[in-house]
Design a protein around this ligand. Structure first.
Ligand code: GTR
Length: 409
């Protein structure tokens, strides 16, 4: 028994060492010439028309569930419970009205920040997306509730007053409201704190540790977005639930894609700099890789995804098939020139490879197979741009999203 135990300890230590070691010596490839030769599976293999695509779509979705993001529990469709809302108020000189309802899902209280054009008494189309730092960082106003859950620096309930409005430039509320849209946002850590806690917190606490083919954090966050949409459908709150664009940046862009894939009620999907595990092709092994991402963020995907770490050629699918799961709904993929870690070219190539699905379903797809010039937008039913600058969400990005939404929502 002792011997058995020490062998186990040794195995554990060597695993730990290999893990740390792999992390330490990871060097990202940024050289196009060093991208390995790869073949992408054809999402339309065996598909002849819209009806056979439907069956194929189900197959592809099941593949992503089993091998990458993990299967989320089915929601029973029941009425979403609500907690105490805070008093509504106006901002932007009376142009916008703000409410902060709480919805209760899987043992968690999710505080929404709902900002709508004040002039409209009709339900408006809206953008829905998570924020990274708490609702209080989205717009500077004392009346917006400080986040209550886990904060990135590790200590619970330490949202700071001075962080109010810290990420306002990532949202540009003024622009959204002026265009006649609403914004619904919530703090992603209210759903699940973003660290590898053995799935003990957030919505996972009630569910227990997921099996190898069950949801990781990204799927959990996506599930949370669907519950917000349920609430919007059930509650006359001024948002047209049939016209909701789900939007996310980076890990939350991976999340918006998975939300769009698993929930076809989302009318439009936006992936901002989602990169590896999002819009970027994994088989290019460019910038962040499957090995690196599963090592740095073991909680994001399901256990099965680990088998592709440093083994991308074993993938029978790639991210173009995730993109194809949005079809025929309008989809925007955006990259940034200095965000090579997210592989802008790989994000664009995913769109190119998903285009035939969009076309089969009778939409325009992606207007060209050539990457557009920097700061130029290409908008068909799939839209794409690469802008100057770094990993971020900027006014330029929002201008394009709004233009796209105006065309489709
Ligand atoms: C990075 C991660 C990326 C991206 C990013 C973010 O550390 O490697 O995949 O998700 O974080 O979410 O800002």
């Amino acid at each position: 028994m002792r011997r058995y135990r020490s062998t186990l300890t040794l195995a554990f230590l060597s695993l730990l060492f290999t893990g740390l070691h792999a992390q330490e010596k990871f060097v990202a490839n940024y050289d196009e010439a060093k991208v390995p030769k790869y073949t992408l599976a054809d999402p339309l293999e065996g598909v002849t028309d819209a009806a056979s695509w439907k069956a194929k779509r189900t197959e592809i979705l099941a593949l992503f569930e089993k091998e990458m993001f993990g299967r989320s529990p089915k929601y029973d469709g029941g009425k979403i419970a609500v907690g105490d809302a805070l008093p509504p108020f106006e901002i932007l000189g009376g142009k916008a009205k703000v409410s902060q309802p709480v919805i209760k899902v899987a043992g968690q209280d999710l505080r929404l920040l709902v900002i709508l054009p004040a002039v409209s008494d009709k339900a408006v189309p809206a953008f829905l997306g998570y924020n990274f730092g708490g609702n209080h960082t989205v717009f500077k106003d004392q009346r917006i509730a400080l986040a209550q859950s886990w904060m990135k620096d590790g200590k619970a309930q330490n949202a700071k007053e001075e962080d109010r409005g810290k990420s306002a430039s990532r949202w540009g509320i003024d622009r959204i409201i002026n265009a006649g849209y609403g914004l619904v946002t919530l703090y992603y850590a209210d759903v699940d704190p973003d660290f590898h806690d053995g799935f003990k917190n957030g919505i996972f606490a009630k569910h227990g540790v997921p099996k190898a083919d069950e949801w990781g954090s990204i799927a959990g966050w996506a599930w949370g977005l669907s519950r917000v949409l349920d609430y919007m459908e059930q509650t006359p709150m001024g948002v047209d639930a049939k016209k909701v664009a789900v939007m996310g940046h980076s890990r939350l862009g991976k999340t918006s894609l998975w939300a769009g894939a698993t929930d076809e009620r989302f009318a439009l999907v936006i992936s901002n700099n989602s990169g590896c595990g999002g819009a970027a092709l994994s088989k290019r092994v460019f910038g962040e890789t499957v090995g690196r991402i599963t090592n740095s963020f073991p909680h994001w995907f399901c256990g099965n995804y680990n088998k592709y770490a440093n083994n991308e050629s074993a993938l029978t699918f790639d991210q173009h098939m995730l993109i194809a799961l949005m079809a025929p709904r309008p989809l925007y993929v955006a990259s940034a020139e200095e965000d090579q870690w997210a592989d802008p070219h790989g994000e664009f190539l995913s769109c190119v490879a998903a285009d035939p699905v969009y076309r089969l379903l009778g939409t325009e797809g992606l207007p060209s197979k050539e990457m557009p010039k920097v700061n130029e937008t290409m908008q068909g039913h799939i839209a794409y741009h690469i802008r100057t600058g770094k990993h971020d969400v900027t006014g330029f990005d929002w201008e394009q999203y709004i233009k796209f939404a105006k065309k489709h929502l």
